[in-house]
Ligand binder design. Structure first.
Ligand SMILES: CC(C)(COP(=O)(O)OP(=O)(O)OC[C@H]1O[C@@H](n2cnc3c(N)ncnc32)[C@H](O)[C@@H]1OP(=O)(O)O)[C@@H](O)C(=O)NCCC(=O)NCCS
Length: 111
């Protein structure tokens, strides 16, 4: 299964500055990652797209909250999805994220 999402970074600028709102969507580790970057809206937007793409690839299960998904990175920077695979009956999940100054995009493959 496959999912994709694209989002304009300007739509996420306010969210990226609001820790209270960030906490409702992103895990502590994800927020720590954002804090490494001075202008982090691109990163926040990329992760948001990634979570939307994952939801689509999983066919939008009702019980799936953004906080059930955590995105981390391998040492080389490759994004990794941490999710309860048994709960969603999947073996493998892959994402790819890209961002420019104006948009972010993410794609997710699940099997
Ligand atoms: C990694 C690389 C492809 C990123 O491309 P870019 O044009 O600079 O930036 P993009 O906006 O398209 O992508 C950024 C996203 O790439 C992802 N990424 C970083 N390193 C990655 C890697 N090694 N493999 C796959 N994805 C990677 C991250 O998710 C990052 O976004 P995030 O930090 O918000 O999670 C680029 O820096 C590069 O060519 N690095 C050296 C070679 C390399 O490692 N290639 C990976 C191919 S498997």
């Amino acid at each position: 299964m496959i999912g994709i999402d694209v989002l304009e970074i300007k739509r996420i600028k306010n969210l990226a500055k609001d820790e209270k709102k960030l906490n409702k969507i992103f895990t502590k580790n994800e927020i720590e990652y954002f804090k490494k970057y001075k202008d982090n809206a691109e990163r926040v937007c990329g992760f948001y797209c990634a979570k939307e793409a994952i939801k689509k690839a999983l066919c939008c299960p009702n019980n799936l909250s953004f906080l059930d998904i955590e995105i981390t990175h391998e040492q080389n920077g490759k994004p990794v999805v941490n999710i309860d695979k048994k709960l969603y009956n999947i073996n493998n999940i892959e994402i790819s994220i890209s961002h420019s100054k104006t948009v972010a995009v993410a794609i997710c493959l699940v099997n």
